[in-house]
Design a protein. Structure first.
Length: 88
């Protein structure tokens, strides 16, 4: 079970990189945003935060968020609570 949990984290981080690429690919950026995109993207890769991608998906692809991401978040929450109960 632990290996699957770690694999999910690795998948979330790789999804962040993919999400950052898709921002530029599928959205029209302002001149200033386009100018600063490279720096913002590299900051995201150095400090990956899967919650950024979660928030992007929640607002811009609500169906995918509701059908795919939300159940995974619920499952991870349940696993975390289960682990907490085991250590008590």
């Amino acid at each position: 079970m632990i290996r699957n949990y770690l694999q999910a984290i690795a998948m979330e981080i790789s999804l962040l990189t993919e999400g950052m690429k898709n921002i530029r690919k599928f959205n029209k950026l302002s001149a200033n945003a386009d100018k600063n995109y490279g720096q913002a993207a590299s900051n995201g890769e150095r400090k990956p935060n899967p919650w950024i991608l979660t928030k992007i998906l929640r607002y811009h692809n609500k169906d995918y968020y509701e059908q795919t991401i939300k159940p995974l978040l619920k499952k991870n929450y349940e696993v975390k609570n289960y682990r907490k109960q085991l250590t008590q």
